[in-house]
Design a protein around this ligand. Structure first.
Ligand code: PEP
Ligand code: MN
Length: 264
């Protein structure tokens, strides 16, 4: 990753606002649910719409996503709202389907980043893509594993790269769902100062009432963006119900958050 300045270019190329805001449901559930959320987020600070269609669940028996049927729903979001669209990919098959449906941003989830074979398979399927690829930190607090994943993607010729800091698992119960361990992300940033760094306060906190506080911490640390799970009826969400916020509370949060200006 010798020319790390290139890694930042996509943020400027897309002329996305600062901070870059990605929002949308943890999971796409139905076409109506996806479109309702997207229309509520239209013309707000949100420039990228997220929705998981393949959901890696820690334990079996939970909702594992609607699968490829959800891809045209995301395409409708792009057409009707002009937001870019993002989804999680965990296998080469997911990549193939996502590319075939013109998904703009593909992210690799925390449970996938821990597995070098899986990351390599995804990197190979994405060879030289000009799509934006965001790599979440691995579930465990291991900077090398995170860096290794990045190198695999970079070596596959993917230049529009960024990372998502979603916190780290601990066996001990803390006030967070996933401990932020800010220092790990700061260390990663000091190695690659030009790599776009996005915070995921939803998966760090696991609770909607802590999202604003953690988002502010990330902005104070000069993160480039935030990815926040958003649902019109959060308590009824099919996954991660406790941490999703409504589009209107998301908009209110952006009125209240203090963003550092270049001159500060
Ligand atoms: C998600 O973004 O919904 C998700 C599954 O996140 P993570 O990989 O951070 O657990
Ligand atoms: Mn989620």
């Amino acid at each position: 990753m010798e020319n790390s300045k290139d890694l930042r270019k996509w943020l400027d190329d897309f002329q996305l606002s600062h901070p870059l805001v990605i929002a949308g449901p943890c999971s796409a559930e139905t076409e109506e649910q996806v479109l309702e959320i997207a229309h509520e987020l239209k013309d707000s600070d949100v420039s990228i719409f997220r929705a998981g269609i393949w959901k890696p669940r820690t334990r079996p028996g939970g909702f594992e996503g609607v699968g490829a049927i959800g891809l045209p729903w995301l395409q409708r979001v792009k057409k009707e709202t002009r937001m870019l669209i993002a989804t999680e990919v965990a296998t080469a098959e997911h990549v193939k389907l996502a590319l075939a449906h013109d998904i703009d941003i593909l992210w690799i989830g925390a449970r996938t980043t821990v597995n070098p074979f899986a990351v390599q398979e995804i990197a190979d399927a994405l060879q030289n893509t000009d799509k934006i690829v965001l790599l979440k930190n691995p579930v465990n607090p291991d900077l090398s594993l995170w860096l290794g994943g990045l190198e695999r993607l970079y070596n596959a010729g993917i230049k529009k790269l960024g990372v998502i800091h979603r916190g780290f698992s601990t066996y001990e119960k803390t006030k967070y769902r996933n401990n932020p361990e800010w220092q790990i992300a700061i260390d990663l940033q000091s190695k690659f100062p030009d790599l776009p760094l996005i915070c995921d306060p939803s998966h760090i906190t696991g609770k909607r009432d802590m999202i604003q506080e953690v988002s502010q911490q990330a902005l104070d640390l000069n993160y480039d963006g935030l990815i926040i799970e958003t649902h019109c009826n959060p308590d009824k969400a099919w996954s991660d119900a406790a941490q999703q916020v409504t589009p209107s509370s998301l908009k209110q949060m952006f009125v209240e958050l203090k963003v550092r200006k270049e001159t500060d």
